[in-house]
Design a protein around this ligand. Structure first.
Ligand SMILES: Cc1cc2nc3c(=O)[nH]c(=O)nc-3n(C[C@H](O)[C@H](O)[C@H](O)COP(=O)(O)OP(=O)(O)OC[C@H]3O[C@@H](n4cnc5c(N)ncnc54)[C@H](O)[C@@H]3O)c2cc1C
Length: 284
């Protein structure tokens, strides 16, 4: 199918993009990498009156180390993030997650801001941002605000982003040793969305996880933080198999949906498998 007719704007600055967004209100849509929006237009699942293409807006695609942490611009492509030495050094969890996002061609165009704005519950990046306690930076005409990732993802394809706001960057706070990250997922084929994915950010001392932030994707309407499991890990006594205790606790954290790809029981099983593997990997 072809998309419904729409006006096309290619603003040259963030201010211009925000003004256009304000002018069109709910009838205007930001176009970033287009990997999710263009198929939706072609299938007429979305019929906006205007597309506001931000690909030429300067200053949105950088990756830099700043006082508040690693700042990844909204227009940074998945592939750029995947190969960035700054990301590998200061947010290795994100570097590990990126190769799981679709296929190379999709990663060459898809953007960090697009992923965060879309908020697909099976997407890898939102789970990483929650595990890393990151911040989402957004702008609206004359106003900027920062939203903690834990509060930003509200429901299936639903976020805290208000009408007229554009995601401008994500900020990953500095990671101190001995915190380590590990991302893994299980999907039917490489490049598919995850059946279950796990972003783990853990403090490891004396060969054991002492503290953990665990965020699963693909098991709920948003990335799901496994708080009971985190508690079980930090409370584990020496000599106890912490991984077994953590996998038991996981049942209290997850209530995954069933669909044509996997039943709730299969997703629970896969989540336990991922957790056990991830914990073994992270202390190794
Ligand atoms: C075959 C296929 C497989 C895929 N597999 C995966 C996968 O495994 N994991 C995964 O995470 N993703 C996957 N994706 C999606 C891909 O990562 C997209 O790039 C991403 O979801 C959206 O990014 P985009 O830049 O393409 O956004 P677009 O498609 O341009 O926009 C998506 C939505 O976000 C809005 N938007 C975009 N940027 C901003 C911004 N800065 N501020 C406010 N709103 C904005 C748009 O208006 C639109 O509503 C897949 C896509 C395809 C086609």
């Amino acid at each position: 199918m072809k998309p419904a007719p729409f006006a096309y704007h290619r603003p040259a600055s963030l201010e211009e993009a925000l003004a256009l967004l304000e002018r069109y209100g709910p009838d205007g849509r930001i176009l970033a990498g287009g990997q999710s929006l263009i198929p939706a237009l072609n299938m007429r699942l979305a019929t906006p009156a205007a597309l506001i293409d931000i690909n030429r807006v300067p200053g949105l695609d950088g990756i830099s180390l700043e006082r508040e942490g690693l700042v990844i611009g909204a227009l940074a492509r998945h592939e750029t993030v995947e190969t960035s030495s700054l990301v590998a050094r200061h947010a290795p969890l994100i570097s590990q997650a990126m190769p799981h996002v679709g296929h190379r061609a999709i990663r060459a165009r898809g953007t960090v801001g697009g992923s965060v704005a879309l908020a697909d519950p099976a997407a890898e990046l939102p789970a990483c941002l929650i595990a890393l306690d990151a911040i989402i930076r957004v702008a609206r005409s004359g106003i900027q605000r920062e939203i903690p990732a834990v509060k930003y993802f509200r429901g299936i394809y639903t976020t805290d982003l208000a009408q007229g706001e554009i995601v401008t960057a994500v900020v990953v706070p500095p990671i101190r040793l001995p915190w380590r990250g590990h991302f893994d997922e299980l999907a039917r084929r490489h490049g598919d969305y995850a059946l279950v994915g796990l972003a783990a950010h853990c403090r490891v001392e004396d060969g054991a996880v002492k503290e953990a932030r665990l965020a699963f994707c693909g098991v709920g309407a948003t990335p799901v933080r496994a708080l009971h499991t985190e508690l079980a890990l930090s409370a584990a006594q020496p000599g106890i198999n912490a991984s077994v205790e953590a996998c038991r606790a996981l049942d209290a954290d997850l209530d995954p949906p069933g669909d044509v790809h996997a039943s709730p029981a299969l997703r629970r099983h896969l989540a336990r498998v991922l957790l056990a593997r991830t914990l073994a990997e992270i202390v190794a």
